[in-house]
Design a protein around this ligand. Structure first.
Ligand SMILES: Nc1ncnc2c1ncn2[C@@H]1O[C@H](COP(=O)(O)OP(=O)(O)OP(=O)(O)O)[C@@H](O)[C@H]1O
Ligand SMILES: [Mg+2]
Length: 332
């Protein structure tokens, strides 16, 4: 299952995605966490110290390896250089699976053992990937896109079932709409504070998402009382899934005094259960054909708007018309 957390800067994307990841890990559900946000904080939110977080291998720096692996022997993709972030898999491509290892995870993923702050007991394990930090000069230019592009390529080549999770912490910025990234998830959770700005980011996302069958639910965050809740209900309606209050557990972690996961406030544990159920329920709406068609749609759009010119190749020819990504596809 592929799950995204999006929202306005500072709304709590990293906090809530890390809590969801911890909750899956504590139940021994296999989970792969991807930090694709401009502000790379997911590692820290999962308990990595600064040095460990900074030494995560950046996906963005491994693009040549990723492209070379994924294109496999696909005759329509003649070189890694002609592979752009939206290049879809076809016959001969290598697909990624969450179970086991592959050269992409070997190079870019790190296993993080979560341990209870109280007694050192295991709270599960997470496979963590990070796009790498975005520098000032990345914003708005090609290499910024190429960093999230690595994630998009991997998602487009991933055949995942219902028993393992990929959780991506990303921005709600217009960057995810320029490519097809926002259509790659079984469920998108938009984190919104009870403010006009929080709600306006939701509306913008919903309007983009509407035409692409993107399943979107809102998680209210930092909800302090009945007026906050009323505001979110009135503004968001039935897309509002659940709300989180201000969490002393999260505050303690921010102060460096992490507590065991099981000591997270009861109401927030219950909210996480609702989030998990909503994510699980999205499986029934999976449609691999639509998923494949959408990647082709965005590929053709990117090819025409900049890709053909950049690579000097007719990128539309990379599309394998008979190919549909599916769960039981051979891994290649
Ligand atoms: N439910 C909560 N209870 C207490 N503190 C919270 C809660 N949610 C978020 N915070 C705090 O709010 C701040 C912003 O949260 P977070 O970093 O998760 O937001 P973000 O959306 O990922 O931000 P950015 O856009 O910078 O990546 C952090 O200091 C975090 O600890
Ligand atoms: Mg963040």
């Amino acid at each position: 299952m592929k799950i995204a957390f999006v929202g306005k800067g500072g709304s709590g994307k990293t906090t809530l995605s890390s809590l969801f990841i911890r909750s899956l890990a504590s139940q021994r559900v296999p989970v792969t966490a991807v930090d694709a946000d401009i502000n790379q904080h997911l590692g820290a939110a999962l308990g990595l110290d600064e040095e460990a977080a900074a030494s995560l291998p950046p996906l963005g720096a491994h693009l040549p390896l990723i492209k070379d692996h994924l294109r496999g022997t696909n005759p329509r993709i003649t070189s890694a250089a002609s592979m752009i972030k939206t290049t879809p898999p076809g016959s001969g491509s290598r697909l990624l699976r969450l179970e086991g290892t592959n050269p992409v995870f070997d190079a870019c993923a790190r296993d993080v053992d979560l341990v209870s702050a109280a007694d050192g007991e295991s709270e599960g394990r997470v496979r963590l990937l990070a796009t790498g930090p975005f520098t000032e000069s990345d914003l708005g230019v090609a290499c910024y896109h190429s960093k999230t592009g690595a994630v998009e390529l991997c998602l487009n080549h991933l055949v995942d079932g219902r028993d393992a999770y990929v959780v991506v912490d990303m921005t709600a910025g217009s960057d995810s709409f320029a490519s097809g990234m926002f259509t790659r998830f079984d469920m998108t959770f938009l984190v919104a504070e009870p403010t006009r700005k929080g709600v306006s980011v939701y509306r913008q996302y919903r309007d983009y998402a509407r035409d692409f069958d993107v399943r979107l639910r809102v998680i209210g965050n930092k909800v302090q009382g009945p007026e906050d809740l009323e505001f979110l209900r009135a503004e968001i309606g039935e897309d509002l899934l659940v709300t989180f209050g201000n969490s002393p557990w999260v505050r303690a972690m921010e102060r460096g005094g992490a507590r065991p996961f099981r000591e997270l406030e009861q109401e927030n544990l219950l909210a996480l259960k609702t989030v998990h159920e909503a994510a699980d329920a999205a499986y029934a709406q999976r449609d691999w054909e639509r998923y494949t068609q959408q990647m082709v749609h965005f590929h053709l759009r990117n090819a025409a708007s900049w890709g053909n010119e950049r690579t000097g190749v007719d990128l539309a020819a990379q599309v394998d018309p008979g190919f549909v990504l599916r769960e039981d596809a051979p891994a290649g």
